[in-house]
Design a binder for this molecule. Sequence first.
Ligand code: HEC
Length: 104
Amino acid sequence: MKLFALSLVLTALTASAGVAASGDPSEGAKKAALCGACHSPNGISINPLWPNLAGQKAAYLSKQIKMFRDGERIEPTMQPFVVNLTDEEIEDLAAHFANLTPCP
Ligand code: HEC
């Protein structure tokens, strides 16, 4: 019974990861200019308070950006830049930053 429940959870997780992976990185790159002001165009920030995004999982990135947009994760400097993004734009941005080479 426990195994059955676990497999249900895993199926749900895999399914949601699949949806989140549907962003288009080349579309995301076109929308990333503003983000690069803080997170750097290569996704590796030069300010210790601005996180690196390069190579992070797309599903995690899109989840965080949606939380900023929807006011579930509070960051006054971030929110103005994401508040008007659609789900699709967020998936594209997440795919773009996930595609960049992570900090060595
Ligand atoms: C004014 C600077 C600034 C701009 C512009 C900016 N961000 Fe951020 N971003 C931040 C800061 C600061 C944090 C860290 C927030 C915290 O400490 O909770 C952050 C956090 C994030 C995170 C969460 C990272 C993690 O590891 O949890 C993501 C994803 C992100 N930003 C994406 C974006 C995207 C996409 C854009 C462009 C649409 C953008 N940011 C524009 C400053 C900025």
